[in-house]
Design a protein around this ligand. Structure first.
Ligand SMILES: N[C@@H](CCC(=O)N[C@@H](CS)C(=O)NCC(=O)O)C(=O)O
Length: 228
């Protein structure tokens, strides 16, 4: 059984982030924590080793949905990366990840959700595993699926960003927001799966700008304690 410091985490103290270095949803939260300068302990949950540590009793006690990330603080466990980031933004308002007016925030959330709701779920590990294990898809077919949905989704994101005067150095204006927290991990994965990125000059430019910032760099998969 996976030995996780669940009880200590739930008991309080420093925040604990249940994370996996390659998880883009956990990567979003790592960026947000770093942007806000919040200290936390990373609790690695390996998604493939021994059949997936997230599917074992220890982690199911933290998040019954068997997904990372989860954030434990003050006796509570928060799940869902977007809910966690909004919680962090409400409890630690500076720098604001949802700045501006209600209309500004609606646009930031729309860009973020175009990634987190429209692109990410159909390319998640369990979906790719189902394609391979249950439907007999080959590695090449799986990658074709992945690239198709990511490129389609990023086409929509590029259209939202390009030609909109509210797009600045970042997705919305000149400071990083929730949208950038979602964009950078998705772009990282798109590159990893060799998606055609030349069709996305605006979002690529923004992702590169973000990657120059320490908060983003420290959150990257290669800089995690569980990186392989
Ligand atoms: N909507 C969730 C998605 C979380 C999610 O899908 N996490 C992935 C890693 S990026 C996971 O744990 N996958 C395990 C699996 O597919 O079995 C969130 O934003 O937190």
């Amino acid at each position: 059984m996976l030995d996780l410091p669940v009880n200590r985490a739930i008991a309080g103290g420093k925040m604990k982030l249940y994370t996996y270095f390659r998880s883009s949803a956990a990567y979003r939260v790592r960026i947000a924590l770093n942007l806000k300068g919040l200290d936390y302990d990373a609790v690695p949950v390996h998604l493939t080793r021994t059949g997936g540590e997230h599917l074992q009793e220890g982690y199911l006690g933290v998040n019954p949905a068997a997904l990372v990330p989860a954030l434990a603080e003050n006796g509570r466990v928060l799940t869902q990366s977007m809910a966690i980031i909004e919680y962090l933004d409400e409890t630690h308002p500076e720098p604001a990840l949802l700045p501006g007016t209600a209309v500004d925030r609606a646009r930031i959330r729309a860009i973020a959700q175009a990634i987190a709701c429209d692109i990410h779920p159909i390319n998640n590990l369990r979906v790719l595993q189902y394609l391979a294990r249950e439907l007999g898809a080959s590695e090449e077919q799986k990658n074709t699926w992945y690239r198709h949905w990511v490129e389609l989704g990023l086409t929509a994101v590029e259209a939202m960003l390009a030609g909109d005067a509210r797009t600045g150095a970042f997705c919305h204006g000149d400071t990083p927001t929730l949208a950038d927290c979602c964009l950078v991990p998705q772009v990282f994965n798109a590159r990893r799966f060799k998606c055609r990125m030349d069709a996305f000059p605006v979002l690529s430019r923004i992702a590169e700008r973000c990657e120059d910032i320490e908060a983003f760099r420290l959150a990257a998969p290669g800089n995690q304690p569980d990186a392989e």
